[in-house]
Design a protein around this ligand. Structure first.
Ligand code: NDP
Length: 336
């Protein structure tokens, strides 16, 4: 296999020197294992966390270890009767061209049901994150205003569209005019650019009745603009804080913790963080049923940003943390 390993823990934005490509021979699969050829590798913001050894909800990738990640793969050799060479599976092969995996966590994929790559995006973990976090914590009601940033990504775009299916108004925040135009095309009730100099005014105009649900994907200056517009009893599912994933020090300016806590108190806010895995046991079945139908009916649309070749994984990942991706970022490692 050709694989990309963690060479060093990044300080700030990951550099090319933090990764190393190597080619090694994989062991043959043992009983209960399969050997796989990677078709698609998912690149996700959480991988920045795995590169760091700061305490978190998951173990870091060790130095010299293969970068982790969800993969869609084809079975090459099987030592499990439930899997046959040629089958497609969702697994966790990481940043490499081939993997050997135990079959316990593999999910069989039907080549004809949906494009294989959707198992990493709208029909996979990011779609589930949007569904579970929005419906369980955000609980949008008809007529309410739901705001989400990173709104063209797989989590944000699903959040906005599910909010609308529940009768709420969806306001999307994204970086740059092309992404804003895409959100308008998707049917978001309003779309605004967080890089525009008048972003705060745009947010105010887009939320004349305030904000009832803010699905937090980014933090940073976007959150600063959202906070004063939250309504009494607003819900804030805290899903991600990508604006600070590369941060090496606290943000400049006055300490805003007092303002935050006062707003939580005086507006009776519900601010609730979550990792999607906590909802898998209870909600994955409902998600698969609902989202598969919504996608099939065109009620939830999705966009993918497919990068060719494992060689381009590092630069694509660096771009993800800057907003260069436009849609769910996936590496096509080999042909389906
Ligand atoms: P996206 O495809 O949306 O990619 C990240 C996007 O974040 C970029 O395209 C960019 O969009 C935006 N962004 C990057 N840097 C900044 C910045 N400094 N300020 C504002 N926006 C920025 O990713 P996902 O949909 O996969 O993930 C979205 C969020 O959800 C992330 O925070 C991720 O960590 C989180 N997440 C959490 C999970 C959980 O279980 N809690 C599970 C899955 C994801 P733009 O150009 O529009 O600014």
């Amino acid at each position: 296999t050709t694989r990309i390993v963690l060479a060093a823990r990044p300080h700030g934005a990951p550099t090319a020197a933090d990764f190393r490509t190597e080619t090694v021979e994989l062991p043959a699969p043992q009983d209960g294992q399969v050997s796989l050829e990677t078709i698609y590798l998912s690149l996700d913001p959480y991988m920045r966390g795995r590169m760091s050894d700061a305490k978190s909800y998951a173990e870091p990738v060790p130095i010299g270890g293969t970068m982790v990640g969800a993969t869609v793969s084809r079975v090459v050799e099987s030592r499990d009767d439930n899997f046959t060479p040629g089958d497609y599976v969702l697994g966790y092969g990481g940043w490499q061209t081939h993997s050997v995996e135990g079959t316990g966590h593999l999910v069989p994929l039907d080549l004809h049901a949906a494009p294989l790559s959707t198992a990493l995006g709208v029909l996979g973990m990011p779609g589930f994150t949007a569904y579970s976090g929005l419906l369980t914590i955000g609980q949008p009601k008809p007529g309410e205003t739901v705001v989400v940033a990173a709104a063209t990504g797989p989590v944000g775009s699903a959040v906005g569209q599910i909010a609308q299916l529940k009768g709420a108004r969806a306001v999307g925040i994204a970086g740059g005019p092309a992404k804003v135009a895409y959100l308008q095309d998707l049917g978001f009730d309003a779309a605004i650019d967080h890089r525009a100099p008048d972003f705060k005014e745009q947010l105010k105009a887009a939320t004349p009745d305030g904000i009832d649900v803010y699905f937090e994907n980014v933090g940073g200056p976007v959150f600063d603009a959202v906070l004063p517009r939250l309504n009494t009893y607003a819900r804030v599912p805290v899903c991600g804080l990508i604006a600070s994933y590369n941060a090496t020090e606290a943000p400049a300016g006055p300490d805003r913790l007092g303002l935050l806590m006062r707003t939580i108190l005086t507006k009776s806010l519900t601010v609730r963080g979550f990792i999607q895995s906590e909802f898998v046991k209870d909600q994955l079945g409902d998600f698969r049923r609902d989202m598969t139908a919504w996608v099939a009916d065109g009620k939830v649309r999705y966009r993918e940003d497919i990068v060719e070749g494992l060689d381009n994984a590092v630069s694509a990942f660096q771009g993800l943390l800057r907003g260069d991706n436009f849609g769910k970022l996936v590496v096509q490692v080999s042909a389906a």
